[in-house]
Design a protein around this ligand. Structure first.
Ligand code: IMP
Ligand code: MG
Length: 186
């Protein structure tokens, strides 16, 4: 797997389109939270690139924190509906305006469980910002307040999203060439 180009079926979102949309989202978020502080929570690891680009376009005072959850086993891609907290937040969220920053919402189980957990900690507000959304795959309804792009039901990688942990550093979102790479459980 030395050359990502062999693994790409199609570039679904170019670097230019990503950056333009992220700037727009940042401006929209800044407008919505005018006069307030905002606490961004990034879900590791896929959301990292999105967080760091998005936060540069937010003009209200922000703080950031991270959490890691796992809903996918090492060899399977189907969400189980069960989410395990692998790394919890380092700061309290009670009374704060919290915005969850996610790479992709697929079945919806991950974000639904995270929202349920965070709500028990009584934030002042709790919203969701996802870069990508696969509406066709939704199994549980989740509120999405900010969405970068709706994408078709294809396994994608790049810009934070991995293929067996590699290629997160690509600056665009690509769909996988299924002749060259077989996602184990799609
Ligand atoms: P959900 O619980 O099914 O909504 O799964 C969301 C998580 O699954 C995301 O945070 C990703 O880590 C992973 N995921 C879903 N679809 C893809 C994909 O097409 N490529 C890479 N990771 C994905
Ligand atoms: Mg993720």
């Amino acid at each position: 797997m030395d050359d990502y180009r062999e693994l790409v079926s199609e570039i679904l979102v170019t670097e230019e389109a990503l950056q333009a949309r992220i700037a727009e989202l940042g401006r929209e978020i800044s407008k919505d939270y005018t006069g307030q502080d905002l606490h961004l929570i990034c879900i590791l690891r896929g959301g990292v690139l999105f967080l760091t680009d998005l936060m540069r376009f937010i003009t209200v005072p922000i703080t950031i924190d991270f959490m890691a959850v796992s809903s996918y086993g090492a060899t399977q891609r189907q969400s189980t509906g069960q989410v395990r907290i692998a790394y919890d937040l380092q700061s309290e969220i009670q009374g704060r305006n919290v915005l969850l920053v996610e790479d992709i919402i697929d079945s919806g189980y991950t974000i639904a469980s995270v929202l349920e957990l965070l709500n028990t900690r009584h934030p002042h507000s709790l919203r969701v910002c996802t870069l990508l959304n696969k509406p066709e795959r939704r199994e549980v309804e989740v509120p999405i307040d900010y969405c970068g792009f709706d994408i078709p039901n294809k396994f994608v990688f790049g810009y934070g999203l991995d293929l067996d942990e590699y290629w997160r550093n690509l600056p665009f979102i690509a769909s996988v060439n299924l002749d060259r790479y077989q996602p184990p459980e799609e």
